[in-house]
Design a protein around this ligand. Sequence first.
Ligand code: DGY
Length: 325
Amino acid sequence: MTTGKPRVLATRHFPPDVEARLAGSFDAILNPEDRLYDGASLAKATIDCAGIMCAAGDPLGADTIASLPQSVRMIATFSVGYEHVDVAAAAKRGIVVSNTPDVLTDATADIAMLCLLGAARRTHEGAQMLRTHHWVGWTPTQLMGVHVTGKRLGILGMGRIGQALADRARAFRMQIHYSNRSRLPAELEKGAVFHADPDAMLPYCDFLSINAPMTPSTHKWVNAERIGKLPKGAIVVNTARGGVVDDEALIAALKSGRLAAAGLDVFDGEPKIHPGYYDLANTFLLPHMGSATIETRNAMGFKALDNLEAFLLRNQTPPDLVKAS
Ligand code: DGY
């Protein structure tokens, strides 16, 4: 039965309030079982669809986009990152793409701070000791981590999330260094030290936090050579994209003690993460949950819908249009 509304396919099971609005505004094809689409099944499932509401990790590379039905005019991703969508291939097909910036800044910066603290304070080892009944009681030398207060934090990528992390770290009296495509104005920099060359920042990083998007130039940016430029015993935090880190190099440095610890919320090839991470006690690992609060996930969904409704219902430019670079 046709409703007269544009048809939109949801590639994932989204929060209930988001799906309710999607179903109210559009002829929605929902995915209550949250089954994963591959390129071929996505092309089949989007027959007669005008829009696709997708999420991080969905396979929207050039081949899938080329195989989508002609009816598809828009892809709205429920994420700020959009490396899973080939925006240039979409533009070639006349498909517009939108994302969900801003609304996940605080939640993701909270998780970055959690990863930083979790790695510094040996949280994984402590929690595991307790839950496996191996805690023998308090001892003066038990699980000594490293202090965060007063240490230097280098942030690669000082966009919204990097700045929000810096604000949190300032409350811990950390000294902020950052590297970014362009220097921030003084009111946003707030005394942080700018390094035009990201490699030149590395010797100043007791902690290094990755907050840069995944692009060809950041792919495996944290490699053996750059780890070698960090102070011995530094801690690496990644809440951006796993592909920015060369896993083999990071794991080797964590094993050798070159790095003290790592706090990671994202992984190359997730959910099939590098097996070397599982046995490393000096890692604080989370399953990509930077934006996982109900408030944030609703806000992401509503933002994706604002974009879909603007373009497909009102013929307006989506407010969060992603342009091919
Ligand atoms: C994003 O929005 O890019 C996140 O990684 C998903 O939470």
